[in-house]
Structures are given as C-alpha cells and as structure tokens.
Ligand binder design. Structure first.
Ligand code: 13P
Length: 250
C-alpha cells in the first residue's frame, strides 16, 4: 500500500485531435469537483503544448507516452526528456507493451528511458506485464520481476521516485481484465521487489492497466496494493474517466 492518494492516468495512445482534446479536457476539468485522487493524461507528444495551455493551474497533470534513450543529437524523430521538461511534463510512460512489441524495446532500453526521465525531473511510469502465453506457462512472476529488475538496477538510488504500472498484455484493449485477485497478487510481488531495493517502497504507486473501465475500477482499486490505474480506451470518454476518478477518490 502506498501512503499517497490514488493516481489515475489516462493513456490516450495515438488518439485525438486539437478539437477533440479541447473538449475532452474541458469535460474532465469541469467534473473534478467530486474527486480527490491524483489525475494525469499522457497525450501524444505533439499535443503537449495544448495540454500545458489548457491544464496549467488545474488539478490534472500531463505526461508523455515515451521518451528517447538519448540526451540530444542525430536521432531523427525522437523526443528527449529535456524537451518534455520544456512543456512542464510531470510523467512519461516508459516500456509500454506496445513499445516493447512494435518498436523492439528491450528491458535495457526501458531502464535507460526511465533514467533519462528521472534525470530531467520527470516521473517515469514504468510498464511491466506478461503475455497470455507467458501467463499460461506460469511465468508471470518471473517476467514482471525481470522487467522491473532492469529498471531498479539502472536507477537504484532514486527508485522510490518511479511509478510502476502492471499491464498484463492479454488485458490491454481486449475487454479482458485481470481479476482483482490476479492484479493484487502481481502487485504484491512488485511491492516486495521494490521493498528489497529501497526503504521507501511505500512511496511508489503501483498502477493497474488493461481494460480498466467504469464498471470494474472500484473492485480493482479496493485491492491493498493497487494504487491507481493506467487507462487506455476508457480515458477517452469523459463520463467514464470521471466515474473512475470518483471510484479512486473513496
Ligand atoms: P486499455 O485500457 O484500452 O485496455 O489500455 C490499457 C493500456 O494499455 C494503458 O496504458
């Protein structure tokens, strides 16, 4: 269990437009009165300036969905941690399974990305999670521990500054959610691993992600080691996202 309030993060993935973002953010902002959890939206990099404009002074933080492993230089198409900092980004997702799967990101790459973010004063949201085949082979625990170990190894001295997101790959965008018990059991493993690495493991929020929605959020968030959510599809619909924020505010 973390000592912080719950943290609910929308991962917009590659969705949105200037017009759609403006109305989504204004709907979210105007529904926040009944919520007390921490909230953020991780938007496509091109829309960070818009998010900063529309959210400055609001309770909603903004974040990026990725960050380069490099500091600067001849890396066409990449966005550096310092560039993100220019737009007052609070969070950067690193190691999302879609990046691991479609862009070949290894555990080492993810660990370096976390390092770049931390060095720029940005909180990395480190994603870990097993595939269906790995779960069926009984490898869930070994896979998530290996993924988190790489990040701990590279960032030992400031590991209490990260956020972890457990996102079982088989639950992402599929409508299949981990049961609250399945989520809690993996979160407890991750918590123990953090406790072995730092005396401040209770500062680390461990989020659940994978088909979290307005109907299942409360039961997942009721688990002792589920400190919040990383929400894809349901974060694009203001009423659903707001209802999940309310569930996280109890
Ligand atoms: P969905 O909520 O759409 O399943 O996506 C989860 C996710 O990948 C968040 O990062």
């Amino acid at each position: 269990m973390t000592m912080n309030s719950k943290l609910m993060v929308g991962n917009w993935k590659m969705n949105g437009s200037l017009a759609a973002n403006a109305s989504l953010l204004s709907e979210i902002s105007s529904g926040l009165r009944e919520t007390s959890c921490r909230v953020a939206v991780c938007v496509p990099a091109l829309y960070l300036a818009q998010a900063q404009n529309l959210l400055a002074g609001s309770l909603v933080a903004w974040g990026a969905q990725d960050v380069s492993t490099h500091e600067s230089g001849a890396y066409t198409g990449e966005v550096s941690a310092n560039m993100l900092r220019d737009f007052a980004v609070r969070y950067a997702i690193v190691g999302h399974s879609e990046r691991r799967q479609y862009h070949g990101e290894t555990d080492d790459v993810v660990a370096t990305k976390a390092q770049r973010a931390l060095a720029a004063g940005i909180t990395p949201i480190v994603c870990v999670g097993e595939s269906l085949a790995e779960r069926e082979a009984g490898q869930t625990e070994a896979v998530v521990k290996r993924q988190l170990a790489a990040v701990i190894h590279a960032n030992g001295h400031c590991i209490s500054e990260i956020v972890v997101a457990y996102e079982p790959v088989w639950a992402i965008g599929t409508g299949l959610t981990a049961s609250p018990e399945q989520a809690q059991s993996v979160h407890a493993v991750l918590r123990a691993q953090l406790q072995a690495a730092t005396a401040q493991a209770d500062r680390v929020s461990i989020l659940y992600g994978g088909s979290m929605n307005a109907a299942n959020a409360a039961s997942l968030l009721a688990q002792p080691d589920v400190d919040g959510g990383l929400i894809g599809g349901a974060s694009l619909k203001a009423p659903d996202f707001l209802s999940m924020l309310k569930a996280a505010s109890r």
